[in-house]
Every structure is written in C-alpha cells, then in structure tokens.
Design a protein around this ligand. Structure first.
Ligand SMILES: C[S@@+](CC[C@H](N)C(=O)[O-])C[C@H]1O[C@@H](n2cnc3c(N)ncnc32)[C@H](O)[C@@H]1O
Length: 236
C-alpha cells in the first residue's frame, strides 16, 4: 500500500513514520509513505504561496490550484473536469465535517492500493477541493485541530497495523477493541500478586480453551459496561 500525504508541514510526520511499527513496516516494504510539501506545487514559484483570503471575509484558505496540482502530480492523471476514476486509489480530505473515522472505515481503506491524504490548515481548503478533488472527507472527532496533519497520522497509524505482516501477533490484532464490535478483554502481567491485587486464577491455569472462553465473556462484559452503544439493542 502507498500512502501520500499533502501538507505544508512535512517535518511533522518524521516522529510518527520514522519510528516503531510504521518504520518497520516501511523497511519490510509493506507500506510506503510519501510526504509532499504543498508549497512545491504553488503557482507562485518565488514566494510559494498556497493560501488566500476567504471571499466574503474570515481568514485564509488553501487555494485550489496547488492542491489539484499536487494530487494530479502524485496520481499522474487529471482530477477535474475529465476525472479518471481509479477504484484502487482514494483521495481523502481530512476535515471536521467528514465522516468520523472508525475501525470499520479503516478496514475499508485497507482495500485501496493507494491513498492520498490532504491536510489543510487555517480556515481549511477552498470548497472546490472538498467537492471536486477529494473523493471523501474524514474527521477524527468532533473537535477542531489546527491542521489535518495529526488526523492524517491517526489514520496512517491505525491503518498500518491492519496491513498483514505489520503487527507480528495477528491474533492480538483480531482481538483488539472495535474488531467485531467488541472492546478488548482485560489483560494482566507479572507480578501475580501486586499489593494483594491478584491476577484472575483462570489465566494461570494453562487451560487455553477455558481462557479463550473466559476472555470472550470478559470482552462482552467490558463492552456492555463501557460502550453499550457497540452492541445490538437486544444485547445491551
Ligand atoms: C482550523 S481547522 C479549520 C476548521 C474549519 N474552519 C471549521 O470550522 O470547520 C484547519 C484544518 O485542520 C484539519 N482538521 C481540523 N479538525 C479536524 C478534525 N476533527 N478531523 C480531521 N481534520 C481536522 C482540517 O484539514 C482543517 O481544514
């Protein structure tokens, strides 16, 4: 999978994509992340300006030309008007009015060969970007970030760990919260007894079938307690 990010702050991504799981995934060739500086696509070659005032007043906006040019140079085809629809690729604008990101959506993104993520700043991007360039808009929650970079990183991180081979323990990924609409079951580690607080005996029993059954029950109980909205109405 290839993920392209368009931003005016390319350096923000280094700590996330050059460390830990995502770094290893890139080294193994499982994912390739390209960070593109929007300013390289400015029509204004001298000052590299990419923003302008909002018609009607109210702050600065990302201009459409550099964003269309950046996406077109990444994908190698024109995005508008004679838009080529390539089902293997998806152009995503990060923004608060988009669909809120969840595990199901992340799973859907896994089906694309290439994602182009657009991070805006200031008041956001000119409306023509959301309407005629991006194929969908994604929000990471009902709050306002200063820019789309952190949202893009959240998307990249949660997507990368679903790519087969990225996380070594596939079983643990399958049991993670929100897979199958359940929260994860609770976990304990050593010591067995911490200040009188003991690890449940069943986990020390060595009976894997029973542990599996018990964990299933605990996942269900945790979901019912913390996130009943994830369960079917009849199960709540
Ligand atoms: C300061 S925000 C613009 C907010 C916009 N004027 C509004 O009120 O909806 C600048 C940029 O940050 C990104 N952003 C802000 N909040 C976000 C969120 N919850 N999810 C995804 N991206 C977000 C978007 O790219 C947005 O264009």
């Amino acid at each position: 999978m290839v993920i392209d990010v368009i931003t005016i702050f390319p350096k923000m991504f280094a700590p996330v994509i050059e460390e830990s799981i995502i770094k290893r995934a890139q080294n193994k060739g499982l994912v390739k992340i390209n960070i593109h500086d929007l300013r390289d696509h400015s029509l204004d070659k001298k000052h590299k300006k990419i923003d302008d005032v909002s018609y009607g007043g109210g702050g600065m906006l990302f201009k459409p030309e550099p964003l269309f040019a950046a996406v077109e140079s990444i994908l190698g085809y024109r995005a508008y008007p004679e838009k080529k629809v390539d089902k293997a690729k998806r152009i995503i604008l990060l923004g608060p009015r988009g669909k809120t990101l969840d595990q199901k959506t992340i799973g859907r993104f896994l089906n694309y060969e290439r994602l182009v993520l657009i991070s805006a700043r200031y008041e956001g991007a000119d409306e023509r970007v959301g309407k005629y360039l991006a194929e969908e808009e994604i929000s990471i929650g009902d709050y306002i970030l200063s820019g789309g970079e952190l949202a893009a990183m959240v998307l990249i991180d949660s997507l990368a760990r679903l790519i087969p081979g990225v996380v070594s323990d596939r079983e643990s990924v399958k049991n993670e919260s929100f897979e199958n609409n359940l929260l994860d079951f609770p976990h304990w580690t050593r010591p067995e007894n911490f200040r009188g607080l003991k690890v449940p005996r069943i986990l020390l029993s060595g009976d894997h079938a029973k542990i599996k059954e018990w964990r299933k029950k605990k996942a269900w109980e945790a979901t019912k307690k913390y996130r009943p909205d994830l369960l079917n109405a009849d199960d709540r």
